[in-house]
Design a protein around this ligand. Sequence first.
Ligand code: SF4
Ligand code: SF4
Length: 490
Amino acid sequence: MLQPSHEIPLLFAARQRVLEDDCACAPATMLSVSEASGLSEQDCACPTSLGRRVSAVQADARYRQAEEVWSQNLAGDFRLVFHPRAPQGPCVLNTAAWKRWQDFQIPQPLSQPIDHQLAEQRLLLPLDRPAPSVPQPDTLMVWLHVTNQCNLRCAYCYVNKNAASMSQEIGEQAIRRVMENAVEHHFVAVKLKYAGGEPSLNFPLIRHLAIQAQREAEAHHLRLEQVVLSNGTHLRPEDAKWLHHHGVRLMISLDGIGEIHDRLRPYLGGKGSFATVSNTIEKILLPSGLIPTISITVTRYNAHGIAEAVRWALERNLPVSLNFYRQPFGAPEDLAAEEQMIIQGMLAAYRVFEEFLPTYPFLSGLLDRAQATEHQHPCAAGISYLVITHEGKLAQCQMLLDRPVSDHLQGDLILKVRNGPLRNLSVDQKEQCHTCTYRYFCAGGCPLETFRTKGKWNAPSPNCRIYQALFPEALRLEGLRLLKLHGLLN
Ligand code: SF4
Ligand code: SF4
């Protein structure tokens, strides 16, 4: 049930700030996401941090209504409002705030607390002053391919597996060089993803490198995030406790319930892995206090079953990340589902999100590569992403493990990936995308998938129609979440 907004004595603003309303008239209310990208983990290379962001508000300027504002009625007195350059995603306005926004058809200075909030969301823009540029990510993303072994044979895997693993010497060299290179390029944070193959098959190396990384990040004054991307079949209780104790997060792939998961993610001998994965989550991870993010890859074999998988995850309070399948280069079979099948499967999953409506931020996990906060690039590949193979080679993306841009880890690794063949253009450089309402939320989709299907880098994603069909619904869910978070929806 929706609470009436005229009873609200406060204004809720971005970044968890709560402003007292000293105005005597009916309170104008705006709710917006304040938790940035939220809990969900992603297995690609999306920037996770949008530091270096400065307030958009210029106190001495006159402000006008922004164009390109997208709005939809949400519930009762509230509407969801979204500007493509909204730094923190969509926000919710009540009627009083919406009316106040209308006042700015006549430019004027900001004079009420709500005016500043509207300006922070770029719903109001300073007159005759250029919009600030989209902030550059301040986090260096790193994929550490700690092993090329895997005990599963997933249908869509892009790794040419064998028994080889990363040595301690290569791992140590990689961490050292990553930290130095991050400082040389003025990054303030590093995010390490321990991946493979199945990285938990080389857990002693993960432990060793994670400790080294903590030590070196501290010495270089870098913020550090670490995550293990696992298939969830080989984690022991002591591993889970260790990860939890050391603040290393975990992402587990789960592509459906029972047979659906089994078909996509069988063991080498053909037996399904669902029973083991669910047992790992329920009997090992959760009792250890470790909350994994559930990564679901949508293919034609599971599009009809992702709602069920989302329900399984949300019943256990686990964050979810929904990702589209990408066909590996040279793969014999294309597992991509047909467009309508994906849209219907995703909408069914969204209905489950609406039923549970978690109050933690989940928007960034709702749609492949989309993020709740404004960004220019769909991922960090070719910009601020280092993929380090088990042999100590350097690649631009984990899908390009077999096409390294360097055979060693010496020199400026960031420069090397920036000079590689993968071109990760900004969304403003892509045909059609640069005028799209969702452009700083979508950023044009996976560049490699675009190039594979269209033969050029500056085209919109082959999944564009899927994005366009799903964004309004994903944004609506975010609006409902904000209402619930602020006690306005029971
Ligand atoms: S891929 Fe489509 S939805 Fe995404 S920014 Fe480009 S035009 Fe918009
Ligand atoms: S290029 Fe595509 S597959 Fe590679 S990190 Fe970016 S989004 Fe992921």
